[in-house]
Design a protein around this ligand. Sequence first.
Ligand code: SF4
Length: 436
Amino acid sequence: MPEDAIIKEEDRFHEAEGEPINSAVCPGCGCLCEDIDLTIEDGKVVQIFNACSWGLSKFHLGHRFLRKPKRAKCVFPSREDPSGRALPISFEEAINNATARLKAAKRVVMSGLCQTTFDAQLAAISLMKRLDAVVYPSEGMLLTPFFKALKSLPYRTATLEEVRQLATTVIFWGVNPLHSCPRLVTRYAVFVAGINAPDRHISRKVFYADPYENDTGGFALRIPLTAENERDILSTLTDVIEEESFSIPKDLEAVARAIEASPFVALFVGRGIAYQENPQALMDGLVRLSNAISRRRACALLPAVSDFNAMGFYFALLQSGIDPAGDPRVKGDLREYEPAKGDVLLCVGSDPIWFFTEAQITALRSMEIPVIAVSALRNQTTHAASLVIPVAESGVEAEGLTYRMDGIPIWLKKSLPSAQPTDLAVLTALEKGLGD
Ligand code: SF4
């Protein structure tokens, strides 16, 4: 074969001129893919290999899943003037304005905090303690019930690499992986052969439990259930596995047989549980199912987190002496927040306005609750905020420690320069600004 017919990685890589960065980590979802190859030119990413479309948007400093990534960077600090327009101010003014609002608040409500680095999360928790604030982590609808369940129930997990190598049956419960963590299926859970696969052929049995059919059905068999009978179905499946029952309801036969025939089962749980009447009971039930499976074969339970450092936030709570499963300041589902006169909403790396119900938004407006947005990107929350403090995008414009969905620590690299401070610097300045 002629030498020039061999396409080498580095040849492909140099299709675009510029500075190559190999093996960058994508700060998109909880997969934290560490195989992203970038080319940088004039302070911009001009070529990306291996990322999904969400990852592409991240490195182009835009919002996820747009057909064409569009830069949405917050550039300068601003405060809302009496006519509702955003008035540019300096960073110093923004910090002073924010600390004045935080000091005057009857209650500070923090939200987000799952899309930033571990050090920034520790700084946010220090601020939270100082202000006696409550916090709605952006992944709270999944991870708060998850950590509550683990407090009283045994729990087995595995790394994503173990799932890739060992899992022969994979169940997605309350999560559409194509939307929540797109490359989970291609890198670890579905379209990859592990050592348990005969002749290294991809032969996993894949199921998804969801009240509705969705695009996961393209490669997985649905466990049919409704919002009303989800817990009953889960409980029946657990009984079948526990008792090794010969009488299996028809709808559960395929998944029960697949579990029984598997040396290793991976059970991914997602935010979909929050749409059930009693998410905590459903999460407890899923941990019980995982334990029932584990009695006769290995089973790993993993939260399929969408926000890249959601696990990091819960680890930061633990490291800061706050019990994520018992401290009343740690909340779950943002939709349960009840605005009260005198609240100040401090949003860090999140877009809560996008998630709020109409009633919550109306209450925020009628009670004139100030919203402080510490954000790298423009979004509905920065649009509605009383004060916007722009920051560098973690994992693209700032480096730091993060934790993958399976708890593995991963270091985010800095690929692009930024004129904005890190959120760690902003959170530290806010606490300093509160004085002694
Ligand atoms: S799967 Fe997640 S971490 Fe991987 S490239 Fe896509 S958004 Fe980034």
